[in-house]
Design a protein around this ligand. Structure first.
Ligand SMILES: Cc1cc2nc3c(=O)[nH]c(=O)nc-3n(C[C@H](O)[C@H](O)[C@H](O)COP(=O)(O)O)c2cc1C
Length: 178
């Protein structure tokens, strides 16, 4: 659909509107009660440099919601473009997401997955109401980056890859404070 949004409020059109914003794709993991928990999210964002905070939101209808609320910390993995299968696996509710997936234990016993572009190991910081989602704020305690890998991109309901030929190197960094 194209064009302006008009009344009455159309949830499907709103979803489509939100989907115009390109994001990366993350898998967030935590210790869980017994089995670890993991979920694909696109709601990751940076929040604060000092203290180092990031945020993500989890739907109130997620089966794993109680585990996220109880978790002392999380590991956030920024997926690389070769990890779309892993993204799909961790987006499937009521499935055995961890079967055959190798991981090591990170801070707060959050599972660490291989192959990501960046990994942030975090302590739980705050949790707020976010309508039909809960907004989680996490304090980054340790991180690493694999700049040789390209991030997976999600936009308009599809996975995409970053093009390498159209980087606007001449325009960046801009002379502004962000
Ligand atoms: C690209 C992508 C991004 C997603 N982003 C989110 C998100 O930010 N928050 C969320 O709650 N679910 C998101 N989902 C859906 C969840 O991954 C899915 O509902 C979840 O794995 C179900 O977990 P459960 O087994 O705990 O119910 C996303 C799915 C995909 C494919």
């Amino acid at each position: 659909m194209t064009g302006r949004h008009t009344e009455p409020f159309d949830p499907g059109a709103f979803r489509n509107c939100l989907g115009q914003f390109p994001t990366g794709v993350c898998i967030v993991t935590a210790k869980g009660e017994g089995e670890p928990v993991g979920m694909t999210i696109s709601s990751f964002n940076s929040l604060s440099l000092d203290p180092p905070l990031v945020l993500f939101s989890i739907g109130r209808n997620a089966q794993s919601l109680p585990a996220w609320e109880a978790a002392p910390g999380y590991a956030l993995h920024v997926l690389s473009q070769s990890q779309d299968d892993l993204s799909n696996r961790f987006a499937r509710a009521a499935s055995n997401k961890w079967e055959g997936v190798a991981y090591t234990a990170g801070l707060h016993d959050a599972p660490l997955l291989a192959g990501a572009v960046a990994v942030m190991e975090c302590a739980a910081h705050a949790c707020h109401d976010g309508g039909d989602h809960l907004l989680f704020i996490a304090r980054v305690e340790r991180f690493r980056v694999h700049a040789d890998r390209n991030p997976l991109v999600f936009c308009r309901g599809r996975y995409r890859e970053l093009g390498t030929t159209n980087e606007r190197a001449d325009l960046w960094p801009l002379d502004i404070h962000y």
